[in-house]
Design a protein around this ligand. Structure first.
Ligand SMILES: Cc1ncc(COP(=O)(O)O)c(C=O)c1O
Length: 325
């Protein structure tokens, strides 16, 4: 049985994890909080912190992928994640006191301190830190925090069953990871889980396919990859970009970025989801209709192998995507 590890609770600076149905204590973990490294259990926000109430934060999800042979953890696309965080900060008028380079350094130091020898997830957040209520972006202080914890694949399945969500994307979605935006995604995800699916596919306000609640989506049609375009308001995923590059450079497969109709989901030859947390997750079924024979498609499988080698520091050509810790 595959291991499901979901961080459940924190106590005394230890993360409690759910593994094989058991809750097990693990190594202590740390946070970068208010400009210093502290045990994660000590990183606490005041109840009146503006960001908690109005979603005035920008976050990232960064993977550290453990390579057991090399006994090293590889942080994937660190710089790209912090460049996206900086763009989100521009939108929310968060005046971040750290450059992209400094944020990368902080993250490497954090991950070194945590010393995990397994796949991890790093969650950085830039946020409005004033303990002051009132809906606004101006006249508020800003801060940054980050923490790391062990985390296996987000969708711990290799044949995801998805449904098209009844929750639509807000019309004008800034393409950034703004915490407040994620309430729609949370509604969609829970609706999907409660109906017995693994993930929700969200549509734009115009009814085009947008993305999963935490992933981008790709379809294989006529031997090409097809994925929703930036004008559909999707998050411009870093995994999405790397998959487009791997498909083109390693497999000679082009990607078409365009509107995708809902109906195309039912007749595509292969469908998969991409994201930092979910990696490349094959979709087996949407709305009770099998995708082809419901098995992992050939192109999907090839991309999974290429991607998995790249993120674990096993692909010499793609070492520039990784930061070894
Ligand atoms: C809504 C949404 N779309 C797409 C993605 C995939 O983005 P990335 O590949 O940069 O993790 C994510 C995950 O961060 C997400 O939350």
């Amino acid at each position: 049985m595959s291991v499901i590890r979901a961080c459940l609770e924190l106590a005394e600076g230890f993360i409690l994890s759910y593994a094989e149905g058991r809750i097990v204590p693990m190594e202590p973990t740390y946070a970068f909080f208010k400009n210093e490294f502290v045990p994660l259990s000590e990183a606490k926000l005041g109840a009146m912190t503006n960001f908690i109430h109005y979603g005035t934060g920008v976050f990232e999800g960064i993977r550290g992928n453990w390579n057991d042979k090399k006994k090293k953890l590889y942080l994937f696309c660190l710089k790209e994640h912090y460049e996206r965080l900086h763009r989100g900060c521009q939108i929310l008028k968060i005046d971040l006191p750290y450059s992209v380079e400094k944020l990368c350094d902080i993250t490497v130091e954090l991950v070194k301190k945590c010393a995990f020898e397994e796949d991890i997830y790093v969650r950085p957040v830039a946020y409005k830190s004033s303990e002051s209520l009132g809906v606004r972006l101006h006249d508020l202080e800003c801060d940054f925090m980050a923490f790391a914890f062990p985390w296996g694949p987000y969708l711990d399945i290799d044949r995801a069953k998805c449904c098209v969500s009844s929750w639509r994307f807000p019309k004008e979605v800034p393409r950034a990871k703004l915490t407040g935006l994620y309430v729609t995604n949370a509604l969609a995800k829970t609706e999907a889980i409660e109906k017995g699916y693994h993930e929700a596919i969200m549509l734009t306000a115009d009814g085009y396919v947008a993305e999963g609640s935490g992933e981008n989506i790709f379809l294989v049609i006529d031997g090409q990859l097809v994925t929703p375009a930036s004008y559909d308001g999707i998050l411009m995923g870093i995994t999405r970009q790397k998959v487009i590059q791997l498909a083109e450079e390693e497999l000679g497969i082009k990607t078409v970025e365009r509107h995708v109709d809902r109906i195309e989901l039912y007749s595509a030859k292969e469908i998969f989801l991409t994201g930092t947390a979910a990696h490349i997750t094959p979709v087996a079924e949407i709305d009770g209709r099998k995708i082809a024979d419901g098995e992992i498609g050939k192109i999907t499988a090839k991309l999974q192998t290429l991607y998995s080698e790249a993120i674990r520091g096993n692909s010499p050509k793609h070492m520039g995507w990784c930061t070894a810790v």
